[in-house]
Design a protein around this ligand. Structure first.
Ligand SMILES: Cc1ncc(C[n+]2csc(CCOP(=O)(O)OP(=O)(O)O)c2C)c(N)n1
Length: 187
């Protein structure tokens, strides 16, 4: 499935949850959604999306938090899966598997095509895991994936694109932070 198609499904099913995007998703998500509960985490510390989302989900337990992570970023911080499993919270981790470092030009990931991200999440102790290869399956199951208690880890197989540039956030980070705090009622 194309990244845009996958994110269109997310936009239909995210409800009132916070959405944190990273990497290639930052180029697309602001064209689909631009509310105070959207946080486009770029520039970012590569791999830190799940930790940011977990912290937020623990701090504001009434609010679900969806993190749209890159597969390269996931590999960079696999240990975060263990932490996510250890501190139950309403965190929904989407792992966008394009087998590339897309935003740095499209270098292939080590292990491309051979890594079972849902399996890694399960082995780390996350009980609710999913993996979808097709848009039809993701569309059909998204409502289930994004409802009920977290943590959830869901791997989506995405078509990779070469030659992309690192996306820019829709507004400066300081502004995004202030907006999110306001949206969460903690300003
Ligand atoms: C420690 C470290 N190494 C390398 C980079 C450079 N870098 C930034 S984004 C990125 C690729 C991200 O790939 P992925 O998470 O799979 O997301 P995609 O671009 O495919 O959406 C790389 C290699 C970095 N920021 N930090």
């Amino acid at each position: 499935m194309e990244l845009r198609e996958a994110l269109e499904v997310l936009a239909r099913h995210r409800g009132d949850k916070v959405v944190i995007t990273t990497m290639a998703s930052v180029a697309v998500w602001p064209t689909l959604s631009d509310t105070p509960l959207d946080f486009n985490y770029i520039p970012s510390s590569m791999g830190q999306g799940p930790a940011l989302g977990l912290g937020l989900a623990l701090a504001v337990p009434s609010r679900g938090v969806i993190v749209v992570n890159g597969d390269g970023s996931m590999l960079m911080n696999l240990g975060s899966l263990v932490t996510v499993a250890a501190y139950p919270a309403n965190l929904y981790l989407l792992i966008m598997q394009n087998d590339l470092y897309e935003v740095t030009g499209g270098q292939p990931l080590v292990g491309a095509g051979r890594v079972d991200y849902a399996g890694l999440a399960r082995a780390a102790g996350i009980r609710r895991t999913y993996a979808f290869d097709t848009l039809a399956d993701w569309s059909q199951q998204a409502s289930e994936v994004l409802s009920g208690p977290g943590p959830v880890a869901c791997c989506l197989k995405i078509a990779g694109r070469m030659g992309q540039k690192t996306p820019k956030p829709p507004r400066p980070m300081q502004e995004q932070i202030a907006r999110l705090r306001h949206g969460l009622g903690v300003a």
